[in-house]
Design a protein around this ligand. Structure first.
Ligand SMILES: [Cu+2]
Length: 101
């Protein structure tokens, strides 16, 4: 192997690593608002009547996975929220919830 080839290979490996890392560091996210309908699975499931995710999903009632149950703590049906979902392994868990007055 010439040193040029080795350098090229190293660049490729770096590029691949950067692509993989980049995905994890900045996942695709979408944010919208909605009204809490239900919280179950000890805070890990949030059913919400959500508004449009512009360019991603129209308004509907659906249940999202909430990996961090702390996010749903203190929430109850009827609360207005804004929230963010992030793509993780082809799923869309909730990564942020904020109460909207
Ligand atoms: Cu939906």
């Amino acid at each position: 192997m010439t040193s040029v080839r080795v350098a090229r290979l190293a660049l490729c490996v770096l590029a691949l690593a950067a692509a993989a890392c980049g995905k994890k560091a900045t996942p695709e996210t979408h944010s919208t608002t909605g009204v809490v309908r239900n919280i179950s699975h000890e805070g890990h499931a949030l059913t919400v009547a959500h508004d449009d995710f512009p360019g991603f999903m129209e308004a509907m009632v659906m249940t999202f996975d909430v990996p961090d149950a702390g996010l749903t703590q203190g929430l109850k049906p009827g609360d207005k929220i804004s929230f963010t979902i992030a793509k993780v392994d082809d799923q869309w868990p909730v990564t942020r919830i904020a109460k909207v007055p």
